[in-house]
Design a protein. Structure first.
Length: 254
């Protein structure tokens, strides 16, 4: 079992210390102001971020939200499987920016899944010309992953609109899994705190997920994260916000 510091070095997750070790000409240092971060990125990415798109009537927190740009068949399948309350488990950007209304939260660990920086992002933290990297999950029987589950607020109509937003936001994540949360990373004595939380996962099936990038060296991931910027902002911002939540919550992972 490792602390959050070990989490960033062990599970091929790049933390600020690893970014310091990047030796390329685009080496990113933790204390560089945001303006300097943008200077590392392409002008195209900044221009795309400034275009803006319609927002939901619920005020979802993405200025480029487009409710028509999603897979409605996946949305319908999720709705059919959730007749009562709906919980959504977040392990990446949902940790710090859920962007939707919720009634309650549960913190906890899921078993058999490992968080990795293997998914390309061309819609939020990068562009098609220069993808960012975001986290996804891979099956690993020895691992546990910390996250936060959110109970969707409102009646079924509002929950449907929230799921519609999530299907748009997570449209590059091609697998929907239902996970169980435990209150401890240690198996013995752990208590189940929630079952059947919906989780969005990006797989290595490149037909369904053409933006999958897969494993890379820490140096390569650090370089990519330091440079990429997309409509939702710098890729480095994604990393540091997630790091801050994991430290604040005292998360431990193996």
């Amino acid at each position: 079992m490792s602390s959050v510091g070990g989490f960033f070095s062990n599970n091929t997750v790049v933390g600020s210390a690893l970014l310091h070790r990047c030796r390329s000409t685009v080496c990113f240092i933790r204390n560089i102001p945001q303006g300097r971060i943008l200077a590392f990125s392409s002008r195209m990415a900044v221009e795309e971020r400034q275009k803006g798109q319609p927002t939901s009537s619920l005020g979802f927190h993405h200025d480029h939200y487009d409710p028509e740009d999603l897979n409605h068949s996946l949305l319908d399948a999720v709705l059919e499987g959730n007749q009562d309350e709906i919980w959504v488990f977040g392990f990446g950007s949902l940790l710090h920016t859920p962007g939707f209304e919720y009634e309650d939260t549960q913190r906890g660990y899921i078993r058999g899944w490992k968080r990795v920086w293997w998914q390309g992002s061309t819609d939020h933290r990068g562009t098609e010309r220069f993808p960012g990297r975001t986290v996804t999950l891979v099956e690993d029987g020895e691992s546990v992953t910390y996250g936060v589950a959110y109970k969707l607020a409102g009646d079924m109509d509002q929950q449907r609109e929230t799921l519609q937003y999530l299907e748009w936001r997570e449209k590059q994540y091609d697998r929907r899994e239902y996970v169980t949360l435990y209150d401890s990373p240690v198996i013995r004595g752990a208590r189940t705190v929630l079952e059947n939380a919906l989780c969005y996962i990006a797989t290595d099936d490149t037909e369904k997920n053409p933006n999958y990038l897969g494993p890379a060296s820490l140096h390569e991931i650090a370089t990519q994260v330091s440079k990429a910027v997309g409509p939702s902002g710098p890729n480095s911002e994604y990393l540091f916000k997630m790091e801050a939540v994991l430290k604040e919550h005292g998360a431990e992972e193996s």
